[in-house]
Design a binder for this molecule. Structure first.
Ligand code: DGL
Length: 265
């Protein structure tokens, strides 16, 4: 491997949308995507345990790929571990955290929804984001645990009805609370973004953090690695960490996101 890649990490497939947008704005780079399926799901894990899990997979990523930077393409891992990672490893990390600031700038009625994992919903980092950027708003939080599992394991097989059923409890809650902006605080939820927007209706704007994250990534790469020339060895590879899932499980995701299979790390 000649070219140093940009690495993306999530517990599963959630971060693929972020990688795909990053490829569009920094097309000369190589990418490795690690789905830490051995430790899926991250949400709901004890915070100390999650820190250990993430540090150990980042260690592996460093050993194998020597990346230019790592995007923690997971809100749960970012809100719980980013501070420790930045202290421990000597390269810039890009985190993905709930887009509280854009939601607070957008809302007209001051009622914001946050759909995330249980850990993200409960984290102090999330409390701080709300305190810093949405102090004057009411933020209604909902842990969409089943949605994460559904996207990881059933997304391509499911009929439309099943998708609607999975989203229903969250949609009912947010509609009841009359939120006019809804933050997707888990990268897996990008897969059901359009369905959620449709169910919530035009009175609610569904907000994600993709733009902000890829712009931040592009800035870090530009500042730290000004490009000399486009490498001919570019690649974009998908890796897993465990043995319980196989290549077949991810084939459709790799096709949709135009990635090669990398294997297990
Ligand atoms: N995709 C992850 C996030 O953004 C979480 C999924 C999980 O619970 O593992 O929070």
């Amino acid at each position: 491997m000649k070219e140093r890649p940009i690495a993306f990490l999530d517990s599963g497939v959630g971060g693929l949308t972020y990688l795909s947008e990053a490829r569009k704005i920094i097309p000369g780079e190589s990418f490795v995507y690690v789905a830490d399926n051995e430790n899926f799901p991250y949400g709901g894990k004890n915070f100390e345990q999650l820190k250990e899990v993430v540090i150990s997979v980042i260690d592996k990523i460093f050993d194998q790929f020597n990346p230019k930077t790592v995007v923690i393409a997971c809100n749960t891992a970012s809100v719980i571990t980013l501070k420790s990672l930045r202290k421990r490893f000597g390269i810039p990390f890009v985190g993905v955290v709930p887009a509280v600031k854009p939601a607070a700038q957008y809302t007209k009625n001051g009622r914001i929804g946050l759909l995330a994992t249980e850990s993200t919903v409960k984290s102090i980092y999330t409390d701080d984001l709300i305190q810093d950027f949405a102090r004057d708003c009411r933020v209604f939080r909902f842990a969409g645990v089943q949605i994460v599992d559904f996207i990881e394991n059933r997304f391509y097989e499911a009929e439309e009805n099943e998708i609607l059923e999975i989203l229903r409890p969250a949609v009912e809650y947010f509609r009841r609370e009359n939120v006019d902006s809804l933050i997707l605080g888990c990268t897996h939820f990008l897969f059901v973004r359009d369905a959620l927007q449709k169910l919530m209706g035009s009175g609610t704007k569904v907000i994600d953090s993709v733009d902000g994250v890829v712009k931040q990534l592009a800035k870090i790469i530009q500042e730290n690695y000004p490009r000399v020339e486009k490498s001919e060895d570019q690649y974009s590879r998908f890796y897993i960490t465990g043995t319980s899932y196989s290549r077949d499980t991810y084939e459709k995701f790799m096709d949709d996101f135009d990635m090669e299979w990398g294997g297990a790390i």
